[in-house]
Design a protein around this ligand. Sequence first.
Ligand code: SF4
Length: 512
Amino acid sequence: SIKILKRMEELLEEKGIRDQVKVVKTGCFGLCAVGPIVVVYPEGAFYAHVKEEDTDRIVNEHIVEGKIVKDLLYKEAVTEDGEIRPFEEVPFYSKQVRIALENCGRIQAEDINDYIECAEGYKAAKKAITEMTREEVIDEIKRSGLRGRGGGGFPTGLKWQFAYNAPGDEKYVICNADEGDPGAFMDRSVLEGDAHCVFEAMMITAYAIGANHGYIYIRAEYPVAIHRLEIALEQAREAGYLGKNVMGTGFDFDIELKLGAGAFVCGEETALINSIEGKRGMPNPKPPFPANKGVWGKPTIINNVETFANIPKIILKGADWFTSIGTEKSPGTKVFALGGKIENVGLVEIPMGTPLREIVYDIGGGIPNGKAFKAVQTGGPSGGCIPAQYLDTPIDFDSLTALGSMMGSGGMIIMDEDNCMIDIAKFFLDFTVEESCGKCTPCREGTKRMLEILERISDGHGTMEDLDKLETLAETIKSTALCGLGQTAPNPVLSTLKFFRDEYIAHVVDKR
Ligand code: SF4
């Protein structure tokens, strides 16, 4: 896509119209399945699968001659009557409500001015700092019902209240950008497409709890996101949006980047804090919770990228607006990374409570090659598999947990009739075994034993007793492991055992 961008700029230069056409290098549009994408305004013509050589036609025919290049348009972006359908109205986007992803694919990701001029950038922070007391900011977030989008779903405002109440004049804000679930890339997308929104949210949090320093903990495997964060940090400091006396408000706040080495367990709050402090990234028992005793032993708020991406909008539009979207217990939206056996692979943001069927068929475009839907795996290695009979389940924190899965950070992998559910369980357990930090025995040893049993079953050498052993081990690990990684590691096995037991039985040799 960089080549397309360069070619487009060259062509516009050659035609002498470079200054009449604004070329915007955005973050991700969400519809990865048809990328690279070029959208030409004011028509909103949505060109998909654009190749470098297509750029010449888009410039010559559309921009210069005013004729839309119909054969390059995304098929869903043309109505049955041959009319252009703006990209916001194509089925993939029309059922989405974009709050966290609102600016991704819309603003120039490497220009702070675009954020300020086109996205009301830093208005929420200014409003919070100059027009609201710290208590009012916390109350607004509490009233919004926003719950942490990183997995646990803990109420964000309540967490802030704990850090606000904690004594001490040195406090910290951390953005957890250590996104590690296989198939999940929503945080990366926000950071690549809308980094200032995260800075702004961290500033609001810092003001509310009484902190002046923030960290963004991001995995080193995200080079584009890191590059854009570095550009954004420099621009924000130069423009007076970070540093001493931000926006002339008298409030000081700055942010430091910390790169993680890619250990999945460092997404766990206490392991992340240890890693920032230069120690080995291993979890500590809780309590104490980071809101009371976090980085450097000081009260610390850790929220993930998507959680933060909601904050400026809540402050600007109010808690009532936010609670009008989603469900009573899970207000707002959730971003999912839709992958696996699905037509429209990509990032989708849907109001909480949207039925799974709508996500798979209306937004996701259904299962390729006319195959039947078999299951969806949500929540990555911590989640579980939901079978076809629950396709009408409204998706929110509680309904997923009730089905033995979880929201997690938002991985959503679709499986069709050809997928073996034991292979799926094995894939996720194998991941957990690799990523277990080894600190506690149930997770270090227990997950390995579970994997051995699964491999035996998968190879056709398992027994019915193995199924019982799997369940006993799984329940023991869930209730005795030290951190969330181990406590949730058995979920992919337990949920497949619950909903696809026949498939396990078909693999085992009954020796009883
Ligand atoms: Fe480490 Fe696993 Fe124990 Fe967590 S549960 S502390 S990842 S060994």
